[in-house]
Structure formats: C-alpha cells, structure tokens
Design a protein around this ligand. Structure first.
Ligand code: TMP
Length: 201
C-alpha cells in the first residue's frame, strides 16, 4: 500500500451528507492503517470566521468570493504540509464550492463570466485534488434535511441550491470528478464513495 499523501475532496449542496460521509471515510482510512485528516471550508481560522460574518451581513457576492478564496489560500498551505507528511486529507468542500455557490449568485449580473472569473481566481490558490467526489441529491430533499438542523443560511434556498448543483455537475463533467448519488441508505452511499476513494489510498 502506498503511504504517499492523498488529497480527497467532497463537494455537494447543503444537506447532501458530506460531513457524515467524511467522518465515515476518516474511520475507514484509519482502519486501513492510513493517517487521515478531516478538514473543511470555510475553515475554523479567522479567515473562515470572516467568511461566515460576510455571509451573515449579506455582503456583495464578489466580496464573499474573495474572502472564501483567501481562506482557501491559507487552507491549501496547511493541506500541502499534511500531504507531505503522508496524510490522507479529506476536505469537506474546496474551490468547487466557490465556483458553484458564488457562480450561482453572480451569474445573473455577470453571465458566464462569473464561473470563468471564479475558476481563474482559484487556479493559483489551489492544489489539484487527487479525487473530487460530488455528492448529488434532490435539492428539495436537501432543504428538508437542512431545515431539520435549524441553521439555515441564505445559501439554502431550494431554487438557488438547484442551480448550485447544476453548476457542480457542469464542473464534474469538465474536470473529471466522480459523481455519486446520495439517494438510498447511508451504508450504500458510503460504499459508493469508498469504492471511488479506494484507488487513491
Ligand atoms: P458548510 O455548511 O458546509 O459549513 O458551508 C457553509 C456555507 O457556505 C454553505 O452554505 C456553503 C457556503 N460556501 C460558499 O458559498 N462558498 C464556498 O466557497 C464555501 C467553502 C462554502
């Protein structure tokens, strides 16, 4: 088994189940004798806090995109250190989140240029993941799950999340991501993700 680091990213709309899958992946990796580090964006650092504040204060989506990307720039440096130490890093969200969420918010004003701008801005800031898994589900079902958590953000509206998922699917096609449906029992969803990850760890 290779003990080189591997960088795995989970993407998908709010309520699709990334966090649960990420924890199960961590446990599975440890069970295989791999050092696994679970991480997430926005981060818990002050830049991540700034992003959350911008979200609460309803700032311009361009400002938000810049803040998410600044948070990611520092996060990428931390990820690269962890990879160099041989860890498998599993990130709950990465640059695809900015392209899909802020792309959906900005495209009304900027058209196709929104996604182009967000991709170009992120290119020098990111480390190419070994594998990105996009979890998909019906946006209505995702909304119901998020509603049950009682902490809805402004990003969690059904029509908006539907568009976010469309952009995600477009990125998945262009960038060769693995698309996994999160419909069905959790054990089955995890099994689909595990099969995709296995080749990289
Ligand atoms: P979380 O619920 O996964 O912690 O993410 C917080 C919210 O921030 C979620 O609604 C997705 C959104 N988000 C963006 O809009 N752009 C980004 O780049 C990231 C990382 C998250």
């Amino acid at each position: 088994m290779s003990m080189e680091g591997a960088f795995i990213v989970l993407e998908g709309i709010d309520g699709v189940g990334k966090t649960t899958i990420s924890k199960r992946l961590g446990a599975w990796l440890e069970g295989r004798g791999r050092k696994a580090v679970l991480t997430a964006e926005p981060t818990e650092g002050w830049l991540g806090m700034a992003v959350r504040r911008a979200n609460r204060e309803d700032l311009d989506p361009r400002t938000e995109a810049l803040l998410f990307t600044a948070d990611r720039c520092q996060h990428t440096l931390a990820i690269e250190r962890l990879l160099a130490e041989g860890n498998v890093v599993v990130s709950d969200r990465y640059y695809g989140s900015t392209v899909a969420y802020q792309g959906a918010a900005l495209e009304r004003g900027m058209g196709e240029g929104a996604v182009e701008w967000l991709l170009a801005m992120n290119r020098p800031v990111v480390r190419r993941p070994d594998l990105t898994v996009l979890l998909t589900c019906d946006p209505g079902a995702a909304m119901r799950r998020v509603g049950a958590r009682g902490d809805r953000s402004k990003f969690e509206r059904e029509g908006y999340l539907g568009r976010v998922q469309e952009i995600y699917l477009m990125l998945a096609g262009d960038l060769g991501w693995t698309v996994v449906s999160s419909d069905g029992p959790l054990d089955e969803v995890f099994e689909r993700v595990r099969r995709a990850v296995q080749a990289y760890v």
